[in-house]
Design a protein around this ligand. Structure first.
Ligand SMILES: [Zn+2]
Length: 232
């Protein structure tokens, strides 16, 4: 009797060729990760990044890479198609690429909220989903209701100056307990203004609080010239 071996039908999320992992080795090899260790686990130490993103109120920044392939594709799938495999992959990569045993972990994770009406329409907050998975991996609690977003225009439709005006009145924040160190989690950092406004509001209430920003991708106007290849 001939036995038929059933092979699971697994395809790479990005190139669709056979892969036992969510993303095949070829696609992962082509992915330009920012090697955090070059910057002692804080991308604000890298001048090309610190010059491009507003950072008056937060202490540290971690990101997987520039908002380009494959991060743009994975984030689009996550945001607009609720692709759980993309969320899992980004969260796994974030912990794998951005952290080592010397990383100072925060006391809790704080996902950036979406506006209530947008949440009702989309029924999904990608930052909360990312924070939930990253928090489970590093064993840190996630607080979802720490900031509420009032009615405002979508940030991506506004100029840099208008974003700041729109955001200064867009959030109200309150931590559920007193913490020493927190990380605000978002999918993409475009100008840094949202993260900075949230950090500033937290600092106004807790002046000694250490605030880190963790994002999956950075939209860089000046392309990064740095060692991106993750070498084993
Ligand atoms: Zn692939």
């Amino acid at each position: 009797m001939v036995q038929i071996m059933r092979v699971p039908n697994l395809a790479c999320l990005l190139c669709h060729q056979y892969s036992p992992a969510t993303v095949c080795d070829f696609c992962k090899f082509d992915t330009r990760f920012i090697l955090q260790l070059n910057y002692y686990g804080n991308l604000l130490r890298y001048p090309v990044i610190s010059k491009q993103f507003r950072h008056t109120a937060y202490d540290g920044l971690l990101a997987l890479g520039e908002y380009a392939w494959p991060f743009d594709e994975l984030i689009h799938r996550m945001k607009f198609h609720r692709c759980l495999a993309s969320i899992d992959l980004l969260a796994n990569w974030f912990v794998e690429q951005c952290m080592d045993e010397e990383t100072l972990l925060p006391d809790c994770l704080l996902p950036v909220p979406v506006h209530f009406q947008r949440f009702l329409h989309r029924r999904f907050n990608q930052s909360a989903q990312l924070a939930k998975r990253i928090g489970a991996k590093i064993q840190r609690p996630v607080f979802y209701d720490w900031a509420s977003r009032k009615y405002g225009k979508a940030q991506h439709t506004l100029s840099k100056a208008d974003r700041l005006l729109n955001l200064r009145s867009a959030f109200s924040v309150a931590l559920p307990a007193s913490f020493h160190h927190v990380a605000i989690v978002d999918d993409v950092m475009t100008t840094g203004v949202t993260a900075d406004v949230l950090a500033k509001q937290l600092r106004a209430q807790h002046p000694d609080l250490i605030v880190d920003i963790w994002v999956m991708a950075l939209t860089c106007k000046t392309p990064l010239r740095y060692r991106t290849r993750c070498v084993d």
